[in-house]
Design a protein around this ligand. Structure first.
Ligand SMILES: *Cc1c(COP(=O)(O)O)cnc(C)c1O
Length: 488
């Protein structure tokens, strides 16, 4: 093969403008605009030219027919958002790596409204003067938690740093050894305290901490007492911890505040839904805590936020801290949070209207029915892979109720072959093919199978959207199998 021949082949490629005039790409321009379609076409032609040059073969496919399709593929890659929707079938309902809570319809509407229009964010519509952005949610938070005052920052980690810095900066923060938590993503209580300018004063032991341990630690350098929810582990067996009211009594006797980092912060009693009990901000406030912090996007089911509620003068001090300005939320978050809180205040059924709660509360029979319907669509879909429905256990995730599990059902994809290597390769293709779909499906691999916990595939629309991708999934799987040299 001479250079001349491959040059000739390259010359057979159409021009950008000729390709742009193809009906498929004309439609694409009507939908996405000229700029991005032209870019996709140019990149496709460049790639094709390079490929021909590299391979040096004569025209190995029908250039004229394939190019528009290749350009469309490339266009799809360019226009599909990075923050695209995925299916969370991992079995972890509040999955931090998948963005935690889906929002309620009310919160979504509020987000759109606040995105589209100016809103009275720091402007009092009563007086026409400057207002405070916390006013959008403070009253609601007080009503829902029984606190005197409230403020909101970017996330709960920020809320803890800010509360500790404002109330205990330069002094000692006393905390039980059993609560020196590390949450995923480098939230470690000792580091957070250091960042806030507090000196860590740990008391008690890992499994047992008594009131007398706290009493003995109190001194003139004490800035505050901290209690942290042990979100992602449980200490069981021979244990003892001091109650919130016990801690409040000790703190107040020594003139310092009690700060409780609740982590998840459910606003309704989960036990009423037949779920395990999770302590509420309202209970922490009622037991005498001066400041309580919790996340907006865990069990509360709203946008990412760190909520701080408590005594009026403590919240005032927190709001005056210079970091408050650095950690504040924007109008989109505050609008979505306000709408979420209104659901809790006004709805007849918050556990129906807050998607996170609805998923946790979903009836097992309903999940089983989804599993059976989907199973029927998957039989024989891919060769040499058994698809079955198995019982499984979902978890809440994000540090809510670390040891509790909810019975659920999973669609289990198990490659079958006597050779382990073959099974493992097929498993990888399964996982990859699901991940490469327009709306990627994220499951969990263990014990030689891909498991899709169907708890979070709720509602007819979601089910239909999942099923609608199955053909494409099969194509992707077969392509991966072909690329890697047959199914063996
Ligand atoms: C999750 C959690 C945090 C961190 O909250 P983010 O909202 O993720 O910043 C802090 N403390 C506890 C106890 C938690 O569970």
């Amino acid at each position: 093969m001479s250079d001349n021949t491959s040059l000739d082949v390259r010359r057979q490629l159409p021009s950008v403008d000729v390709l742009l005039a193809h009906p498929l790409l004309r439609d694409a321009q009507a939908c996405h605009g000229r700029t991005i379609v032209r870019r996709a076409v140019r990149e496709t032609l460049d790639a094709e030219r390079n490929r021909l040059q590299r391979s040096g073969v004569e025209q190995d496919r029908q250039i004229g027919e394939e190019l528009p399709v290749l350009a469309l593929d490339r266009l799809n890659g360019l226009v599909q958002p990075n923050a695209r929707a995925v299916f969370n079938l991992t079995g972890t309902v509040i999955h931090t790596n998948l963005g935690r809570s889906p929002l309620s319809e009310a919160a979504i509407e509020a987000l759109i409204r606040a995105g589209r229009h100016p809103v009275a964010l720091e402007y009092s519509l009563d007086t026409g003067r400057r207002g405070d952005r916390d006013d959008l949610v403070e009253q609601l938070l007080c009503e829902l938690t029984g606190a005197e005052a409230a403020t909101v920052v970017n996330n709960n980690a920020a809320a803890v740093v800010l509360a500790l810095g404002a109330l205990g900066g330069g002094r000692e923060a006393v905390i039980s050894r059993g609560e020196l938590i590390e949450i995923g993503g480098a939230f470690r209580m000792p580091d957070i305290m250091a960042a806030a300018g507090c000196r860590l004063h740990e008391v008690g032991t890992t499994n047992r901490t008594h009131e007398r341990d706290f009493e003995a630690a109190m001194g003139e350098n004490t800035g505050l007492i901290v209690k942290a929810h042990t979100s992602n582990y449980a200490i069981t067996g021979f244990t003892k911890e001091v109650s919130e009211s016990g801690l409040a009594r000790i703190a107040h006797a020594h003139g310092v505040p009690l700060v409780i980092d609740l982590g998840s912060g459910a606003l309704i009693d989960l036990a009423a839904l037949g779920l395990p009990h999770e302590s509420l901000p309202r209970d922490a406030i009622a037991s005498g805590a001066d400041v309580v912090t919790f996340s907006g996007d865990k069990l509360l089911g709203g946008p990412q936020a760190g909520i701080i509620v408590g005594k009026r003068e403590m919240i005032a001090a927190i709001k005056k801290h210079p970091l408050k300005r650095a950690l504040r939320c924007d109008k989109l978050i505050l609008a979505a949070l306000e709408a979420t809180l209104r659901v809790y205040r006004d709805s007849d059924c918050p556990e129906c209207d807050i998607p996170t709660l609805a998923l946790l509360n979903r009836a097992e029979e309903d999940i089983a029915a989804t599993a059976e319907r989907i199973l029927a669509k998957t039989q024989g879909l891919v060769a040499d892979v058994d698809v079955t429905v198995e019982d499984c256990m979902s978890q809440l995730g994000s540090g809510a109720l670390p040891v509790d599990r909810l019975p659920s059902h999973a669609l289990v994809w198990r490659p079958c072959d006597t050779r382990r290597q073959v099974r493992e390769r097929r498993l990888r293709w399964l996982e990859t093919a699901f991940r490469q779909l327009p709306r990627p499906v994220i499951g969990r691999v263990n014990d030689g199978a891909l498991r899709l916990d169907l708890r979070c595939l709720a509602g007819e629309q979601e089910e239909a959207a999942f099923i609608a991708q199955l053909d494409r999934f099969k194509q992707r799987f077969d392509m991966l199998a072909d690329d890697e040299g047959g199914s063996a």
